[in-house]
Design a protein around this ligand. Sequence first.
Ligand code: HEM
Length: 496
Amino acid sequence: MGVHVPSVCLAGLALYLVARLFWRRSVPLPPGPSGWPLIGNLLDFPTYAPYKTLGTMSAKYGPMTSLKVMGTQYVVLNSFKVTKDLLEKKNAVTSNRPAFTMASDLVGWGDSTGFLQYGDTYRKHRKFFHQQIGSKSSLEAFYPAEEAEAKQFIRNVLKSPDDLSAHARRMAGSVILKISHGYSVKENGDPLVEMANRAMRNIAVVTSPGRFLVDLLPMLRHLPDWFPGCRFLKDAKRWRQMVGEVVNTPHQFVLEHLAKGDAVPSFTSRLLQEGVTPEDEEILKWASFSMYLGGSDTTTSTLCAFFLAMTMYPEIFKKAQAEVDAVIGHERLPTMHDREALPYMNAMCKELLRWNVVVPLAMHVTTQDETYDGYLIPKGSFLLGNIWYILSDPGTYPDPDVFDPERFLGENQQHDPREACFGWGRRICPGAYLAEISIFICVATALATLDVSRCIENGVACVPRYEVEEGIIRYLKPFKSRIVLRSKKAEVLLHA
Ligand code: HEM
């Protein structure tokens, strides 16, 4: 009797699907609060500082908590170990990003590195980053620019200490645009920086949770823009044009200078000179601008946190300054080459990254069903690496709210925060080395030239508090600090 091959194949396939369905049902999801019909765990998921509530769930459910909100499966990862195991070791299936209809598809941010879906284009972005800024040695060429920008930053802070955050933003943006496009930022009101900062504000708007119904009901995007409640489509069209301009303008700047033969070497110019296809040039344009998107606010927040910490903890400021004086002396400013010789300062920079968590949640999406520790993590789950909780867990960092560089000195050092604050796996921050360099040189130059202390009001010293504005990036609220020049010699060095 002959075997009917298609029937055998179909039967095999059916058996496989049934077995898979059975297996999927028999493997439990990670533990978590039980939800309500339809809305699931919506009420367990606050829109304000969600990472705090999600972190405290670990006391009841362990390091992995599962929640379902309006049909989307979330798995919150609340420890160094689970984030490493899932986001790093299993990165082949945990490296996608959520698809935001408003931000990515309608407004157009979907082509930037941080929003890109995992695939060939994304891999090309990462290849470009790896080649140009992926190692300490690849960044050495930019040390002089970093040092010059750090001096400028401190000079600006001295001119108007109350505008600290604006000066930090200028410093961060200036370094990035120099590296990404060889562009020198003008002192006041630089048009490119203003445009880029508008773009940053737009990202905050279009990604704010619950703001656009179209993110919940993507089919709304197909309605005409005059339809009641569809104003968002008109906004998206306008913002899309702004996104196009902000990505094209710096790229055009490099093309013009390459044509004139006077382009300053940069991420973009180097890759263009190596020769890229028109398709890759489009990818390069986005990768290059993504540096600004990823690096400007994050570095700004960390630099502001340094001044806040020094105002709150004067004894730490004195100790770090004494180390800089002992190693560098008073005849020159610190350079990047002094880094290894300043252990207390390096510990302080690590503590800044732990104490002031800038990006509280890293959001990855799975591209396949995965099992971990006996639990099923279904395909399409949103994995939330809870950076804030991991770096504030009193089990790892006793008295986590206290700023204390000693955590990272001596024999029993606490866990290196850089294993969480920059994210994990294939999505790990490509600007981590660059960020560390900018932070180091600004902090070292500040210690060598400034005195930072508490403001005195009505004879009483004002002790500022650590307070943040919440969002996908956390910004420090303004605080009072007394920042003055340390000595005449410091002034001479800053203007040399
Ligand atoms: C203190 C400074 C910084 C912190 C704390 C920080 C933190 C992070 C975190 C947590 C992520 C998400 C990682 C993940 O999903 O697992 C990220 C992504 C990213 N960062 Fe940074 N970052 C900083 C500075 C920078 C700088 C200077 C750049 C400039 C190159 C940069 C560019 C990016 C980009 C392009 C992404 C998206 C990566 C991707 O999706 O593949 N960041 N950063």
